[in-house]
Design a protein around this ligand. Structure first.
Ligand code: UD1
Ligand code: UDP
Length: 370
């Protein structure tokens, strides 16, 4: 029997991190699979850094990123350019990940070409169309056009059922981000002394990038950080700033050169993982960080109104704190000063898997031609 030709398509940093273990697993099984990788490069530097770390050399690079790009240009570029790739590669299956506009447009383009699509990290929902924007609707679109659904948790399986998705090929696998994190933490621990952290202070790690946090919310987040360092002399805040100008300009304007606040470029995944491990508390609007931090025993305050990761809230590893300045400050200040509360969050169990999601997905894909 001929090999199963799997075309993996992704474009941003988190997709690359979460698809990397799967690509490695496909490569390990090269007697069964022919693995072809296409990056849209919706992100450029942040994508390349992950490709380098995991030593992945894409077969196709659409190189679409433009400075301060918009949803229309990403969608139309990916939709059209993927048509040519699909025509040339003629894969047995296309794999896309999560909820980015790359995933939505690459999935739609495959659907138009009548190629089966597998969705890694299927079934996440907030049920709020504009939170996160545009990811919630991207998820709905991708889930409805896919044949194969690899859902991380029971909740995401249930969401697929509730959306009347055909469950013939829907599987609970855990999240591949845990595979990636374990691999990096065990094999590539990075020296982060260059960041200049003060070892005598507790470290609060911050990231934020979401479109719905542009404007007032990101300003509120910055003001809460200022108050937090003013009121807690034994902490330092480190914030790797996303390069999106809508975030970067505001964050640098409000936080640059402030005492005990370190702003950096986005970090490569290895130093970022080490930094998560060494942090006391994490404040973020990131999806991936909500899944990773609990594996490292770090409490997360989620700087958003909603989350598609309700399991983490239920298990007590993350807390949704919104984007109002006073609330963010109060919740963070409480965790910094209330040991019982802190211990409860840091010792909770991670619901996102045990590091075997990629192997589980690959064993399912082995049967797609039977
Ligand atoms: C995108 C995804 C979001 C995901 C996030 C992860 C969409 C609509 N958004 O949002 O779901 O959570 O990635 O980070 O799919 N930029 C660079 N270099 C890079 C990457 C970005 O300079 O390597 C700058 C560019 O000016 C770019 C801008 O950031 O135009 C925005 O990038 P974009 O992918 O549109 O949005 P993100 O906020 O990164
Ligand atoms: N991350 C990283 N460097 C950073 C910030 C985040 O490597 O400076 C990693 C993080 O560990 C996680 C992923 O990037 O695996 C999350 O990406 P992001 O927050 O951009 O996207 P989201 O998960 O919200 O879609």
């Amino acid at each position: 029997m001929s090999k199963i030709r799997v075309l993996t398509v992704f474009g941003t940093r988190p997709e690359a991190i979460k698809m990397a273990p799967l690509i490695k697993e496909l490569e390990k099984n090269s007697d069964i699979f022919e693995s072809i990788v296409c990056v849209t490069a919706q992100h450029r530097e942040m994508l390349d850094s992950v490709l380098n770390l995991f030593e992945i050399k894409p077969n196709y690079d659409l190189n679409i990123m433009k400075a301060n790009q918009n949803l229309w240009s990403i969608t139309s570029d990916v939709l059209l350019k993927m048509k040519e790739v699909y025509e040339e590669v003629q894969p047995d299956i296309v794999l896309v990940h999560g909820d980015t506009t790359t995933s939505m447009a690459a999935g739609l383009s495959a659907f138009y070409a009548k190629i089966p699509v597998g969705h890694v990290e299927a079934g996440l929902r907030t049920f709020d169309k504009y939170n996160p924007f545009p990811e919630e609707i991207n998820r709905v679109v991708v889930d409805s056009l896919c044949e194969y659904h690899f859902a991380p948790t029971d909740t995401s399986i249930q969401n697929l059922k509730d959306a009347q998705i055909n469950m013939k090929h829907a599987y609970k696998t855990g999240n591949t981000v845990i595979d990636a994190l374990f691999y990096i933490v065990n094999n590539k621990e990075a020296d982060i002394s260059y960041l200049g952290l003060d070892k005598t202070k507790r470290t609060v790690l911050v990231t934020a990038h979401r479109r719905e946090n542009f404007g007032e919310p990101i300003k509120n987040i910055c003001h809460s950080i200022i108050k937090l360092v003013e009121e807690n002399k034994d902490i330092q805040v480190i914030y790797p700033v996303h390069p999106n100008p809508n975030i970067k300009n505001t964050v640098y304007k409000l936080l640059d050169k402030k005492e005990r606040i370190i702003l950096t470029e986005p970090l490569d995944y290895a130093p970022f993982s080490t930094l998560m491990k060494k942090s006391y508390l994490i404040m973020t609007d990131s999806g991936g960080v909500q899944e990773e931090a609990p594996s490292l025993g770090k409490p997360v305050l989620v700087l958003r109104k909603t989350t598609e990761r309700p399991e983490a809230v239920e298990y007590g590893t993350v807390k949704l704190v919104g984007t109002e300045m006073e609330n963010i400050f109060n919740e963070a200040d409480n965790l910094l000063n209330n040991e019982i509360e802190y211990k409860k969050m840091s010792e909770a169990i991670n619901p996102y898997g045990d590091g075997t999601a990629s192997a589980q997905i690959i064993s399912i894909l082995k049967n797609i031609k039977c």
